[in-house]
Design a protein around this ligand. Sequence first.
Ligand code: 4NP
Length: 146
Amino acid sequence: MKRILFVCLGNICRSPLAEGIAKHRAKQMGLDVYVESAGTSSYHSGERPCHNSIAIARQYGIDILSQRSRAVHMDDIKNFDMVIALDEQNKRDLLKMGFGKVTKLGHYANYNDQDVPDPYYYSGMDGFENVYKMIDECVEDMLHSL
Ligand code: 4NP
């Protein structure tokens, strides 16, 4: 079984969506994968995903309410087969920590290795719609590539 870890900065906006979507899509596809998410920071450790991420996921029938933010730790290096960073800074931070291979989520679908934009400071739901769409398309493509 492949073990996949999605990593953003706070583990409250983007990577919780990636985790929720990946679990949901993998189940639909009948794929046996183990999925978690984490943050390069511990700013929000123990917190639920942000309200907008909970709301947008719910709109698409995905429940991410039970997730809790955690920071990446060194054990993750040996415990996961794939480590997927949401943006370039996350990738740099992971490589600095000693992670061997880190792929950006924007490597998948047709996003040319783009960052998933940080929606933390977005006030409305528009930004989250776009972020959701990008994460969904990339996660689906990533799962198809396994
Ligand atoms: P995330 O968003 O990395 O997608 O979870 C952020 C959450 C919190 C902060 C930045 C980005 N922050 O600076 O606290």
